[in-house]
Ligand binder design. Structure first.
Ligand SMILES: [Zn+2]
Length: 435
């Protein structure tokens, strides 16, 4: 059976209770939750990374109008981990009395590193220096059997995870200064719990100031990886690590893009949509949100009339990367050029990817939707665990996307011979009054 894991992944969840906390309380909790700080101090470099923008980007700074757990809105709210500069990832390998680690804990570590560090370096154009650190290179034994924690798919922080995190902190604390790190990775021995082919337990708790504390600060941003995402195709050694960049995407504030229906909303165009199978990258929207694009690399097409923009391949550093066409204060269309380069390993139809971003739609509910230029084509990829239908979703010169109701037309005008620059024309007219 081919796994359809994207549909089985669980949402990263902040505590539901968080929704009722006022902005003021949240801000206070957040500064206290910063792992590098003592409560009450302020510091640069803490929290999510600032979005690079100018006043011209104002209409493109979409935000949610209601409470959502994790939103695509920009900038990312406080409480998440900074995504630029040097980020220290405390990485612990844990096992249990009823599931003792098999072999060397460093082999488990080696399933994810250095690949995850490299993945972020490539995707961020070198802006994120992700440093995994293993102060405890052996298995860290938990005091209770795995089954005693009652870890289940989608389990909230209570009660099993609270106990697990408390036990992790207690076991590691004599040797580990938790305040020295920006995020926590827990690599669980693969023999604990079900196969990832049956149930994906891997989960991240992000921006959670109510997490159990360690060394005086909450373990607010923690990714747990269980089992192995091994589909039996023989590619595990190349692709199995990709669950960790996905989970860490949550600690940086990114929502899940797959839905209950699987990867059909975004396909293989972002690792928050599909993290099995061949390598893929983040969407340009995520790169801007994470602080990896400068203001000059992002066009905001807010004005009436017609304007042309150049776009260069998203996977390559430098040049214009993203055009956003805002619809209202909460949503809009994003345009970017995707090619087979960098982390994008299986792009089979280079071209302009067009997708809608909606800050009001929560994680796992489809906050981003890719438009398919070739509906029902079956796609152009045969790569396993890649959503095929959307693999040829890109628009090429001569093709256009139209939202008649909003009076928006995006035409792909031309491409350089070597495909290194595309031109797109965005036309905004007064919204149509006809339905
Ligand atoms: Zn996720």
């Amino acid at each position: 059976m081919q796994p359809q894991p994207s549909g089985r992944r669980i949402s990263s969840r902040r505590l539901a209770a968080l929704a009722s906390i006022t902005a003021l309380t949240l801000a206070v909790s957040t500064s206290a939750g910063n792992s590098r700080l003592s409560p009450g101090t302020s510091a640069a470099g803490a929290g999510p990374s600032p979005l690079s923008h100018s006043s011209a980007h104002g209409p493109c700074l979409i935000s949610s109008s209601r409470e959502v757990q994790m939103s695509e809105g920009v900038p990312t709210p406080p409480g998440y981990t900074r995504s630029i500069g040097t980020v220290r990832a405390l990485t612990l390998m844990i096992d249990f009395p009823d599931a003792p680690g098999e072999g060397d804990a460093l082999d488990r570590y080696g399933e994810f590193f250095p690949q995850t560090r490299e993945w972020f370096r490539t995707s961020s154009y070198g802006r994120l220096d992700y440093r995994p650190e293993i102060p405890l290179p052996d298995w860290l034994r938990m005091p209770r059997p795995f089954r005693a924690y009652g870890i289940e798919r989608g389990a909230p922080f209570d009660p099993g995870y609270r106990e697990l995190v408390r036990d992790i902190v207690e076991a590691a604390d004599p040797e580990v200064d938790f305040q020295a790190y920006d995020l926590l990775n827990v690599l669980v021995t693969p023999n604990a719990g079900p196969s990832a082919l049956d149930t994906v337990l891997s989960v991240t708790f992000a921006g959670n100031p109510e997490a159990p504390s360690a060394d005086g600060t909450p373990v607010a941003n923690a990714s747990f990886v269980y089992s192995r995402q091994d589909d039996g195709s023989g590619s595990y050694h190349r692709t199995g690590y990709r669950v960790l960049p996905h989970e860490n995407g949550h600690v940086f504030g990114l929502p899940d893009l797959y839905t209950a229906g699987g990867g059909g909303a975004v396909g293989h165009w972002d690792i928050m949509s599909e993290d099995w199978g061949a390598n893929n990258d983040f969407l340009g929207w995520h790169k801007w949100k994470l602080g990896w694009l400068d203001a000059a690399q992002v066009g905001c097409a807010a004005d009436r009339g017609t304007k042309e923009y150049s776009l260069t391949p998203l996977a390559e550093a430098g040049g214009p990367k993203l055009v956003f066409v805002p619809l209202d204060g909460r949503s809009g269309y994003a345009l970017e050029l995707r090619t087979r380069a960098g982390n994008d390993e299986v792009v089979c139809r280079p071209g302009i990817l067009i997708y809608k971003v909606d800050a009001d739609v929560d994680t796992g509910m489809g906050p981003i939707t890719v438009y398919d230029s070739r509906r029902d084509s079956g796609g152009c990829t045969r790569s396993p665990n890649v959503h095929a239908e959307l693999s040829d979703a890109t628009f090429v010169p001569g093709e256009s996307f139209v939202d008649r109701r909003a009076g928006i037309r995006v035409a792909v005008v031309s491409a350089d011979e070597d495909g290194s620059t595309y031109r797109v024309r965005v036309t905004r007219e007064p919204p149509s009054t006809q339905d």
